[in-house]
Design a protein around this ligand. Structure first.
Ligand SMILES: [Zn+2]
Length: 51
């Protein structure tokens, strides 16, 4: 396990084909999403989905 408080790029998991936008999360945030069974989204896609 990485021990970092910085953010790392994870692949966006939106349903847009061919989306390779990076989702910048801390490892803790990524782990939290995995535990919740949630998908992770690049910030721009997350904003678009919230509209
Ligand atoms: Zn995306």
């Amino acid at each position: 396990m990485l021990h970092t408080h910085g953010v790392m790029p994870f692949f966006c998991e939106c349903d847009r084909a061919g989306c390779f936008a990076p989702a910048w999360l801390t490892v803790a945030e990524y782990d939290h999403a995995r535990v919740q069974g949630a998908s992770i989204f690049a910030q721009a896609d997350a904003l678009a989905r919230a509209l």
